[in-house]
Design a protein around this ligand. Structure first.
Ligand code: NAD
Ligand code: IPM
Ligand code: MN
Length: 359
Protein backbone atom coordinates (compact mmCIF):
# COMPACT_ATOMS: atom_id res chain seq x y z
CA UNK A 1 0.00 0.00 0.00
CA UNK A 2 1.34 3.47 -0.92
CA UNK A 3 0.12 5.39 2.06
CA UNK A 4 0.57 9.17 2.36
CA UNK A 5 -0.30 11.53 5.19
CA UNK A 6 -1.77 14.86 4.15
CA UNK A 7 -2.22 17.94 6.33
CA UNK A 8 -5.26 19.87 5.13
CA UNK A 9 -5.36 23.58 5.89
CA UNK A 10 -8.48 24.92 4.11
CA UNK A 11 -7.89 28.37 5.65
CA UNK A 12 -10.16 31.28 4.78
CA UNK A 13 -12.94 32.23 2.39
CA UNK A 14 -13.11 30.09 -0.75
CA UNK A 15 -10.11 28.11 0.50
CA UNK A 16 -12.56 25.94 2.43
CA UNK A 17 -14.73 25.26 -0.63
CA UNK A 18 -11.94 24.44 -3.04
CA UNK A 19 -10.00 22.16 -0.67
CA UNK A 20 -13.19 20.13 -0.11
CA UNK A 21 -13.33 19.46 -3.86
CA UNK A 22 -9.61 18.68 -4.06
CA UNK A 23 -9.99 16.11 -1.31
CA UNK A 24 -12.94 14.58 -3.13
CA UNK A 25 -10.75 14.16 -6.19
CA UNK A 26 -8.01 12.50 -4.11
CA UNK A 27 -10.62 10.12 -2.74
CA UNK A 28 -11.74 9.26 -6.27
CA UNK A 29 -8.11 8.63 -7.22
CA UNK A 30 -7.80 6.11 -4.35
CA UNK A 31 -11.05 4.44 -5.30
CA UNK A 32 -9.61 3.83 -8.77
CA UNK A 33 -6.16 2.75 -7.58
CA UNK A 34 -6.68 0.39 -4.66
CA UNK A 35 -2.96 0.44 -3.84
CA UNK A 36 -3.03 4.13 -3.01
CA UNK A 37 -4.18 5.59 0.30
CA UNK A 38 -4.26 9.05 1.84
CA UNK A 39 -4.71 9.81 5.53
CA UNK A 40 -6.01 13.30 6.16
CA UNK A 41 -5.62 15.50 9.20
CA UNK A 42 -7.50 18.77 9.01
CA UNK A 43 -6.33 21.93 10.78
CA UNK A 44 -8.76 24.82 11.24
CA UNK A 45 -6.00 27.45 11.27
CA UNK A 46 -7.40 30.61 9.73
CA UNK A 47 -8.57 34.15 10.45
CA UNK A 48 -11.46 32.60 12.40
CA UNK A 49 -8.91 30.77 14.55
CA UNK A 50 -7.23 34.15 15.04
CA UNK A 51 -10.51 35.71 16.17
CA UNK A 52 -10.97 32.94 18.76
CA UNK A 53 -7.41 32.44 19.98
CA UNK A 54 -5.50 35.59 19.00
CA UNK A 55 -3.21 33.61 16.66
CA UNK A 56 -3.44 32.03 13.24
CA UNK A 57 -2.10 28.69 14.44
CA UNK A 58 -1.05 27.28 17.79
CA UNK A 59 2.50 27.83 19.01
CA UNK A 60 3.45 24.26 18.12
CA UNK A 61 1.70 24.48 14.72
CA UNK A 62 4.83 24.06 12.61
CA UNK A 63 5.96 21.16 14.76
CA UNK A 64 2.63 19.45 14.15
CA UNK A 65 3.01 19.77 10.38
CA UNK A 66 6.58 18.54 10.21
CA UNK A 67 5.88 14.81 9.87
CA UNK A 68 3.32 14.95 7.04
CA UNK A 69 4.11 13.86 3.51
CA UNK A 70 2.42 16.95 2.06
CA UNK A 71 0.44 20.00 3.06
CA UNK A 72 -2.61 20.98 1.03
CA UNK A 73 -3.69 24.57 1.68
CA UNK A 74 -6.62 26.66 0.44
CA UNK A 75 -6.01 30.33 1.13
CA UNK A 76 -5.08 32.53 4.05
CA UNK A 77 -6.35 36.04 4.79
CA UNK A 78 -9.72 37.64 5.29
CA UNK A 79 -11.06 41.13 6.02
CA UNK A 80 -11.01 41.71 9.76
CA UNK A 81 -7.45 40.55 10.26
CA UNK A 82 -4.73 42.69 8.65
CA UNK A 83 -3.20 40.71 5.77
CA UNK A 84 0.37 41.02 7.02
CA UNK A 85 -0.75 39.56 10.36
CA UNK A 86 -2.62 36.59 8.86
CA UNK A 87 -0.01 35.76 6.24
CA UNK A 88 3.00 36.15 8.54
CA UNK A 89 1.07 34.10 11.09
CA UNK A 90 0.52 31.04 8.92
CA UNK A 91 1.42 30.78 5.24
CA UNK A 92 4.80 32.49 5.15
CA UNK A 93 6.18 30.69 8.25
CA UNK A 94 5.27 27.32 6.67
CA UNK A 95 7.09 28.18 3.44
CA UNK A 96 10.15 29.22 5.41
CA UNK A 97 10.27 26.65 8.21
CA UNK A 98 10.04 23.80 5.72
CA UNK A 99 12.55 25.36 3.31
CA UNK A 100 10.05 25.38 0.49
CA UNK A 101 12.34 27.72 -1.38
CA UNK A 102 11.04 26.78 -4.83
CA UNK A 103 7.60 27.90 -5.91
CA UNK A 104 6.58 26.23 -9.16
CA UNK A 105 3.84 28.05 -11.04
CA UNK A 106 3.00 26.67 -14.47
CA UNK A 107 1.63 29.03 -17.09
CA UNK A 108 0.02 26.51 -19.39
CA UNK A 109 -3.07 26.73 -21.51
CA UNK A 110 -5.21 23.73 -20.70
CA UNK A 111 -7.25 21.86 -23.28
CA UNK A 112 -10.65 23.54 -23.43
CA UNK A 113 -9.49 27.00 -22.35
CA UNK A 114 -9.32 29.92 -24.74
CA UNK A 115 -6.66 32.50 -23.86
CA UNK A 116 -7.80 36.13 -23.69
CA UNK A 117 -4.79 36.83 -25.91
CA UNK A 118 -6.08 36.80 -29.47
CA UNK A 119 -4.84 34.03 -31.70
CA UNK A 120 -2.85 32.21 -29.03
CA UNK A 121 -3.03 28.45 -28.72
CA UNK A 122 -1.56 25.78 -26.47
CA UNK A 123 1.85 25.76 -28.22
CA UNK A 124 2.23 29.49 -27.52
CA UNK A 125 1.32 29.31 -23.86
CA UNK A 126 3.34 26.69 -22.09
CA UNK A 127 6.06 27.78 -19.69
CA UNK A 128 6.95 27.60 -16.03
CA UNK A 129 7.67 30.36 -13.56
CA UNK A 130 10.08 29.42 -10.78
CA UNK A 131 9.59 31.88 -7.98
CA UNK A 132 12.07 32.28 -5.12
CA UNK A 133 9.92 31.53 -2.10
CA UNK A 134 11.88 32.10 1.09
CA UNK A 135 13.58 35.49 1.04
CA UNK A 136 13.98 38.56 -1.17
CA UNK A 137 11.51 41.39 -0.88
CA UNK A 138 9.41 39.44 1.65
CA UNK A 139 11.21 40.14 4.86
CA UNK A 140 10.40 41.09 8.39
CA UNK A 141 13.38 43.43 8.51
CA UNK A 142 12.66 47.11 8.65
CA UNK A 143 10.27 49.16 10.67
CA UNK A 144 8.19 52.22 11.24
CA UNK A 145 9.60 55.41 12.63
CA UNK A 146 8.31 58.75 13.81
CA UNK A 147 4.72 57.54 13.68
CA UNK A 148 2.21 60.28 14.40
CA UNK A 149 4.64 63.01 13.36
CA UNK A 150 5.15 64.70 9.99
CA UNK A 151 8.30 62.55 9.64
CA UNK A 152 6.27 59.30 9.73
CA UNK A 153 8.10 56.70 7.64
CA UNK A 154 8.46 52.99 6.95
CA UNK A 155 11.53 51.06 5.82
CA UNK A 156 11.38 47.56 4.35
CA UNK A 157 14.61 45.68 3.78
CA UNK A 158 15.02 43.06 1.09
CA UNK A 159 17.28 40.13 1.84
CA UNK A 160 19.07 38.33 -0.99
CA UNK A 161 21.63 35.76 0.15
CA UNK A 162 24.15 33.85 -1.93
CA UNK A 163 22.64 30.59 -0.69
CA UNK A 164 19.09 31.66 -1.45
CA UNK A 165 19.83 33.05 -4.88
CA UNK A 166 22.14 30.25 -6.03
CA UNK A 167 19.76 27.47 -5.09
CA UNK A 168 16.74 28.92 -6.88
CA UNK A 169 18.79 29.80 -9.95
CA UNK A 170 20.36 26.33 -10.14
CA UNK A 171 16.91 24.76 -9.85
CA UNK A 172 15.64 26.92 -12.71
CA UNK A 173 18.70 26.28 -14.88
CA UNK A 174 18.36 22.53 -14.37
CA UNK A 175 14.70 22.71 -15.31
CA UNK A 176 15.48 24.72 -18.44
CA UNK A 177 18.09 22.13 -19.37
CA UNK A 178 16.12 19.00 -18.59
CA UNK A 179 12.47 19.82 -19.21
CA UNK A 180 12.54 23.01 -21.18
CA UNK A 181 11.30 22.87 -24.73
CA UNK A 182 13.62 25.60 -25.82
CA UNK A 183 16.47 25.36 -23.26
CA UNK A 184 15.81 28.97 -22.49
CA UNK A 185 15.89 30.71 -19.13
CA UNK A 186 14.51 34.20 -18.62
CA UNK A 187 15.54 35.97 -15.43
CA UNK A 188 13.38 38.77 -14.09
CA UNK A 189 15.46 41.71 -12.98
CA UNK A 190 15.22 45.41 -12.20
CA UNK A 191 18.87 46.29 -11.89
CA UNK A 192 18.28 49.65 -13.52
CA UNK A 193 16.32 50.98 -10.54
CA UNK A 194 17.10 48.70 -7.62
CA UNK A 195 20.77 49.13 -7.12
CA UNK A 196 21.91 46.53 -4.61
CA UNK A 197 19.79 43.42 -4.64
CA UNK A 198 19.07 43.22 -8.34
CA UNK A 199 22.67 43.67 -9.55
CA UNK A 200 23.52 40.95 -6.98
CA UNK A 201 20.85 38.66 -8.49
CA UNK A 202 22.11 39.38 -12.03
CA UNK A 203 25.70 38.70 -10.98
CA UNK A 204 24.77 35.20 -9.79
CA UNK A 205 22.75 34.59 -12.95
CA UNK A 206 25.93 35.42 -14.89
CA UNK A 207 28.12 33.13 -12.75
CA UNK A 208 25.75 30.18 -12.89
CA UNK A 209 25.23 30.54 -16.63
CA UNK A 210 28.74 29.19 -17.04
CA UNK A 211 27.68 25.93 -15.30
CA UNK A 212 24.90 25.29 -17.84
CA UNK A 213 26.41 25.89 -21.28
CA UNK A 214 23.35 24.55 -23.14
CA UNK A 215 20.96 27.08 -21.64
CA UNK A 216 20.27 30.36 -23.40
CA UNK A 217 19.80 33.06 -20.78
CA UNK A 218 18.17 36.45 -21.00
CA UNK A 219 17.86 39.06 -18.30
CA UNK A 220 14.69 41.07 -18.72
CA UNK A 221 13.53 43.97 -16.59
CA UNK A 222 10.35 43.07 -14.77
CA UNK A 223 8.33 45.90 -16.32
CA UNK A 224 9.21 44.83 -19.86
CA UNK A 225 8.73 41.19 -18.88
CA UNK A 226 5.13 41.91 -17.87
CA UNK A 227 4.52 43.35 -21.31
CA UNK A 228 6.21 40.36 -23.00
CA UNK A 229 3.97 37.93 -21.09
CA UNK A 230 1.16 39.52 -23.10
CA UNK A 231 2.88 40.29 -26.42
CA UNK A 232 5.19 37.27 -26.89
CA UNK A 233 4.36 34.50 -24.42
CA UNK A 234 5.52 31.93 -26.97
CA UNK A 235 9.17 32.91 -26.37
CA UNK A 236 9.29 31.67 -22.76
CA UNK A 237 10.40 28.35 -21.42
CA UNK A 238 11.48 28.73 -17.80
CA UNK A 239 11.20 32.12 -16.09
CA UNK A 240 13.01 32.63 -12.79
CA UNK A 241 12.11 35.50 -10.48
CA UNK A 242 12.59 36.81 -6.98
CA UNK A 243 9.81 36.41 -4.45
CA UNK A 244 7.83 39.59 -5.20
CA UNK A 245 8.47 39.65 -8.93
CA UNK A 246 7.42 36.00 -9.15
CA UNK A 247 4.27 36.74 -7.19
CA UNK A 248 3.19 39.53 -9.50
CA UNK A 249 4.20 37.73 -12.69
CA UNK A 250 2.15 34.68 -11.81
CA UNK A 251 -1.16 36.48 -11.37
CA UNK A 252 -0.47 37.91 -14.83
CA UNK A 253 0.54 34.45 -15.98
CA UNK A 254 -2.75 33.09 -14.62
CA UNK A 255 -4.71 35.77 -16.46
CA UNK A 256 -3.28 34.88 -19.88
CA UNK A 257 -4.19 31.19 -19.50
CA UNK A 258 -7.72 31.52 -18.17
CA UNK A 259 -7.61 33.26 -14.81
CA UNK A 260 -6.91 32.81 -11.14
CA UNK A 261 -9.61 30.19 -10.79
CA UNK A 262 -7.42 27.64 -12.55
CA UNK A 263 -3.82 28.55 -11.60
CA UNK A 264 -1.96 26.12 -9.30
CA UNK A 265 1.25 26.39 -7.34
CA UNK A 266 3.64 24.06 -5.55
CA UNK A 267 5.88 25.18 -2.71
CA UNK A 268 8.68 22.68 -2.92
CA UNK A 269 11.41 21.61 -0.55
CA UNK A 270 13.54 19.89 -3.21
CA UNK A 271 15.62 17.98 -0.68
CA UNK A 272 12.45 16.40 0.72
CA UNK A 273 13.67 16.96 4.29
CA UNK A 274 10.30 18.59 5.01
CA UNK A 275 6.79 18.43 3.58
CA UNK A 276 6.11 20.46 0.46
CA UNK A 277 2.91 22.48 0.24
CA UNK A 278 0.38 22.70 -2.57
CA UNK A 279 -1.96 25.69 -2.86
CA UNK A 280 -3.70 27.64 -5.60
CA UNK A 281 -2.16 30.92 -6.78
CA UNK A 282 -5.39 32.68 -5.81
CA UNK A 283 -6.43 33.94 -2.39
CA UNK A 284 -9.56 33.70 -0.27
CA UNK A 285 -11.64 35.82 -2.72
CA UNK A 286 -13.85 37.58 -0.15
CA UNK A 287 -15.96 38.97 -3.01
CA UNK A 288 -17.33 35.50 -3.83
CA UNK A 289 -16.77 33.68 -0.52
CA UNK A 290 -19.83 31.84 0.78
CA UNK A 291 -21.54 31.86 -2.62
CA UNK A 292 -20.45 28.37 -3.62
CA UNK A 293 -19.21 29.52 -7.02
CA UNK A 294 -15.43 29.51 -6.62
CA UNK A 295 -13.64 27.57 -9.30
CA UNK A 296 -12.03 24.50 -7.68
CA UNK A 297 -9.80 23.73 -10.68
CA UNK A 298 -6.74 25.59 -9.39
CA UNK A 299 -6.95 23.54 -6.19
CA UNK A 300 -7.56 20.32 -8.13
CA UNK A 301 -4.59 20.97 -10.41
CA UNK A 302 -2.62 21.36 -7.14
CA UNK A 303 -3.70 17.81 -6.26
CA UNK A 304 -2.16 16.69 -9.53
CA UNK A 305 1.09 18.52 -8.67
CA UNK A 306 1.08 16.93 -5.22
CA UNK A 307 0.63 13.45 -6.70
CA UNK A 308 3.50 14.14 -9.10
CA UNK A 309 5.72 15.25 -6.23
CA UNK A 310 4.85 12.11 -4.25
CA UNK A 311 5.92 9.96 -7.19
CA UNK A 312 2.38 9.10 -8.33
CA UNK A 313 2.88 10.28 -11.91
CA UNK A 314 0.10 8.19 -13.41
CA UNK A 315 -2.54 9.48 -11.00
CA UNK A 316 -1.22 13.02 -11.44
CA UNK A 317 -1.74 12.77 -15.16
CA UNK A 318 -5.18 11.23 -14.81
CA UNK A 319 -6.36 14.14 -12.64
CA UNK A 320 -5.16 16.78 -15.08
CA UNK A 321 -6.72 14.87 -17.99
CA UNK A 322 -10.06 14.70 -16.16
CA UNK A 323 -9.88 18.46 -15.51
CA UNK A 324 -9.25 19.07 -19.20
CA UNK A 325 -12.05 16.73 -20.23
CA UNK A 326 -14.43 18.85 -18.16
CA UNK A 327 -13.06 22.10 -19.56
CA UNK A 328 -13.23 20.85 -23.12
CA UNK A 329 -16.78 19.60 -22.72
CA UNK A 330 -17.67 23.08 -21.43
CA UNK A 331 -20.98 22.07 -19.79
CA UNK A 332 -20.04 22.28 -16.11
CA UNK A 333 -18.06 25.45 -15.48
CA UNK A 334 -18.08 28.08 -12.74
CA UNK A 335 -19.00 31.71 -13.56
CA UNK A 336 -15.36 32.86 -13.88
CA UNK A 337 -15.17 30.61 -16.96
CA UNK A 338 -18.54 31.74 -18.26
CA UNK A 339 -20.64 28.91 -16.77
CA UNK A 340 -23.35 28.62 -14.16
CA UNK A 341 -22.14 25.62 -12.20
CA UNK A 342 -21.23 25.56 -8.51
CA UNK A 343 -17.91 24.66 -6.93
CA UNK A 344 -19.34 21.27 -5.95
CA UNK A 345 -20.76 20.57 -9.42
CA UNK A 346 -17.33 21.06 -10.96
CA UNK A 347 -15.63 18.87 -8.33
CA UNK A 348 -18.23 16.13 -8.80
CA UNK A 349 -17.96 16.28 -12.56
CA UNK A 350 -14.18 15.98 -12.49
CA UNK A 351 -14.54 12.89 -10.26
CA UNK A 352 -17.06 11.45 -12.70
CA UNK A 353 -14.65 11.97 -15.62
CA UNK A 354 -11.84 10.37 -13.61
CA UNK A 355 -13.93 7.28 -12.91
CA UNK A 356 -15.08 7.10 -16.52
CA UNK A 357 -11.53 7.28 -17.85
CA UNK A 358 -10.48 4.47 -15.50
CA UNK A 359 -13.16 2.07 -16.76
P1 NAD B 1 -7.85 36.76 -4.68
O1 NAD B 1 -6.99 35.83 -5.48
O2 NAD B 1 -8.44 36.18 -3.46
O3 NAD B 1 -9.01 37.35 -5.60
C1 NAD B 1 -8.76 38.13 -6.77
C2 NAD B 1 -9.95 38.01 -7.74
O4 NAD B 1 -9.94 36.70 -8.34
C3 NAD B 1 -11.30 38.14 -7.05
O5 NAD B 1 -12.19 38.85 -7.89
C4 NAD B 1 -11.76 36.71 -6.88
O6 NAD B 1 -13.14 36.53 -6.85
C5 NAD B 1 -11.15 36.03 -8.11
N1 NAD B 1 -10.86 34.62 -7.81
C6 NAD B 1 -9.84 34.15 -7.06
N2 NAD B 1 -9.90 32.83 -6.96
C7 NAD B 1 -10.97 32.42 -7.65
C8 NAD B 1 -11.57 31.16 -7.90
N3 NAD B 1 -11.05 30.01 -7.44
N4 NAD B 1 -12.70 31.11 -8.64
C9 NAD B 1 -13.24 32.24 -9.14
N5 NAD B 1 -12.72 33.46 -8.93
C10 NAD B 1 -11.60 33.56 -8.19
O7 NAD B 1 -6.91 38.01 -4.32
P2 NAD B 1 -7.15 39.23 -3.31
O8 NAD B 1 -8.55 39.70 -3.41
O9 NAD B 1 -6.03 40.15 -3.57
O10 NAD B 1 -6.92 38.61 -1.87
C11 NAD B 1 -7.94 38.22 -0.98
C12 NAD B 1 -7.32 37.69 0.29
O11 NAD B 1 -6.59 36.49 0.02
C13 NAD B 1 -6.32 38.63 0.94
O12 NAD B 1 -6.42 38.48 2.34
C14 NAD B 1 -4.98 38.14 0.47
O13 NAD B 1 -3.92 38.48 1.30
C15 NAD B 1 -5.22 36.65 0.47
N6 NAD B 1 -4.37 35.87 -0.43
C16 NAD B 1 -3.94 34.66 0.04
C17 NAD B 1 -3.24 33.82 -0.77
C18 NAD B 1 -2.77 32.51 -0.24
O14 NAD B 1 -3.09 32.14 0.87
N7 NAD B 1 -2.03 31.73 -0.97
C19 NAD B 1 -2.96 34.19 -2.10
C20 NAD B 1 -3.42 35.43 -2.56
C21 NAD B 1 -4.15 36.26 -1.72
C1 IPM C 1 0.66 34.08 -3.26
C2 IPM C 1 0.11 35.13 -2.34
C3 IPM C 1 1.03 35.34 -1.15
C4 IPM C 1 2.40 35.72 -1.66
C5 IPM C 1 0.56 36.41 -0.16
C6 IPM C 1 -0.85 36.13 0.30
C7 IPM C 1 1.49 36.61 0.97
O1 IPM C 1 -0.13 36.31 -3.03
O2 IPM C 1 0.93 32.96 -2.80
O3 IPM C 1 0.77 34.35 -4.46
O4 IPM C 1 2.61 36.85 -2.08
O5 IPM C 1 3.27 34.87 -1.65
MN1 MN D 1 0.10 36.14 -5.16
Amino acid sequence: MRDYSIALIPGDGIGVDVIREGRKVLEAVCEIDGGLKFDYTEFDWSCEHYARHGKMMPDDGLERLRGFDSIYLGAVGYPGVPDHVSLWGLLLPIRRAFRQYINIRPVKLLRGIRSPLAGRSAEDLDFIVIRENNEGEYSSMGGRMYEGTPLDMAIQNSVFTRTGVERVLRYAFRLAQANGKRNRLTSATKSNGINHTMPFWDEYVGRITAEYPGVEVSNVHIDALCAFFVTKPDTFDVVVASNLFGDILTDLGAAIVGGLGIAPSANINPEKEFPSMFEPVHGSAPDIAGKGIANPIAAIWCVSMMLEHLGEAEAAKAVLEAVQDVLEEGQVLTPDLGGKASTRDVGDHICRKLRLAAK
